[in-house]
Design a protein around this ligand. Sequence first.
Ligand code: ADP
Ligand code: ASP
Ligand code: MG
Length: 416
Amino acid sequence: MSRLVMKFGGTSVADIDRIKNVARHVKREVDHGHQVAVVVSAMSGATNQLVAWTRAAAPLHDAREYDTVVASGEQVTSGLLAIALQEIGVNARSWQGWQIPIRTDASHGAARIADIDGARLVERLAQGQVAVIAGFQGIGPDNRIATLGRGGSDTSAVAIAAAIGADRCDIYTDVDGVYTTDPRIVPKARRLDKVSFEEMLEMASLGAKVLQVRSVELAMVRNVRTFVRSSFEPVDGPGMADENPPGTLICDEDEIVEKQVVTGIAYSKDEAQISLRRVPDKPGVAAHVFGPLAEANINVDMIVQNISEDGSLTDLTFTVPNADYERARKVLEKAQAEVGYQAIQGSSDVAKVSVIGIGMRSHAGVAADAFKALASKGINIRAITTSEIKISVLIDAPYTELAVRTLHSLYGLDGK
Ligand code: ADP
Ligand code: ASP
Ligand code: MG
């Protein structure tokens, strides 16, 4: 007998039929003698609707009330799944974050889980009851509902798995695993049997939204055996009840026998570019630019600065999240006198495309190949950043798909 966490995302619980389908997946595991805690997302589209309503009520609103509103999507699906399970003879009970409790920090809207008391859950599981937990939510130090940031149910699931000492955390979604790139835009993408924590962390933070970044961090730190798999596979399909189900295991690097130089390609259209033209090239300028942005809580990602030939004027280009683009421009316009730049330019019609692979640590020339391949397709690179295991380039958004497909073929990732 094992203890399992089964997490179902928005498309997996999109309507009553899909919720009934989820109930059958849960029943399969219960019938195999496992203790099961389920974590559910809101019905697909529900959270977007709730967010839109808070914005319509007031563009700048109280984050605590935002959380009260947006957490409600998961309350609905947790109750509905408990009903669907009871209907097919499975003993089940729903749990909201505050009932467990899942304690978070005070950052409403993007809270971090501080602590989960798994004792009562473990007790119920031992009594043979399935716990259906509302994902995405917990309770803050102010005793109010707090949400974990978009996509946060993945993190709820991994955190619950750690708290109750689960043998496995299965993340059920609308694809049957983690692919070499988003299978929606590259039909030739291949499913990976295993992917290392580090690579998954990079892929998630560089745009592959199949797992929330924090869920991967947590799985790595707490050593949670995490599988990404599909709720759209037949409930009793081949291998579905196995210890190693069809899907992708997120694991330690040492567990991966066949190491590739490049494992995957990710992309994100959530960034915007800002360029400051004719900035004085002297000590303290970067601090004058990035200080006010940091104070305004705006994250800067890629940075490119030229070195001027005569030590007088240079250009400074960097990226900020799309959502903060207008605010960043305003902050910089205010700081113009202090920084001394002559013009500010920018574009939110850009995309970041990234190549990820732990094999890059020991292989030279990976970046050079990428630049050559993109150039041959006429794709202009606006900025570049690299780390030990990734290369990211900023390009014009309309070229995103072409760039992803080009790099996917270049590194031999195309399947048949
Ligand atoms: P859920 O609602 O189940 O949480 P998400 O929409 O958050 O599902 O994540 C699943 C989606 O992630 C897939 O439909 C796919 O389009 C997208 N995706 C992006 N990159 C990848 C990748 N490398 N592998 C698999 N899916 C990916
Ligand atoms: N429902 C939330 C969202 O759409 C959380 C999740 O699905 O993981 O972001
Ligand atoms: Mg998700």
